[in-house]
Design a protein around this ligand. Sequence first.
Ligand SMILES: [Mg+2]
Length: 266
Amino acid sequence: MFSGHFVLVLLFSGLLSGVFSQSFIRIWSGNRNSENLDLISSDRKILRDDNLYCESWRFTVETNDAGLWEEVPKRCVKFVQDYMTGNGYGSDSELVSEDSSSFAATVNISGDGKDAWVFDIDETLLSNLPYYKLHGFGSELFNETTFDEWVDLAKAPALPESLRLYKELLRLGFKVFLLTGRGEAQRNVTEKNLLFSGYRNWERLILRGPSDVGKLAEVYKSEKRSDVEAEGYRIHGSSGDQWSDLLGFALAKRSFKLPNPMYYIA
Ligand SMILES: [Mg+2]
């Protein structure tokens, strides 16, 4: 189910091709020695400095300014690899976690058991980095078969900063809802993986059921949050690595975007 979104991404990007995004990507993902770049401009530093360009590219994808994007630009694959495996990813995740904790501490927990926080799972609670290390850090076309094989292993490690936040929220008295694009068929392996990685005591694990197939992630997740709210829960916070985790309706009072420069889910 996770991969269904990638199909949508490709579908939409196909529709967009020839409009602007594709030509933009083609120009800007060329390598620094490209003859084309010399023809475009001789004084724009991001055309020649891969690191500078990739820093700015990552800014645009994390802020959602880039909107729908389908793969890491070729000239940024090494940059993304260094970011994900070096100190950058952990440092960014840690600050997001700290901001989340700071906000959570301001919430007045009512004591009626209805104060809630929603977490996405992939690249939010669990890290699939061991998989993406073997598959180009987002530079390869998504392969549903090999990814599902990885999910079935139930060995994805926790993002340590998220696990810390998770435990803090439970301590404060929040009810934690896990809302994932994974399908019901992956419920058992997902529970097994969460337990393996140190997560306990969630209120509910929500996965895509038969009626959710084909829905955009933003719609599916909004509908599920709406259902939770209809039960009387107050969703104070929401954590996710995709904007589709955090936009739509039935939104949390505060949404916290975790970094993910490897893929985009519409
Ligand atoms: Mg995710």
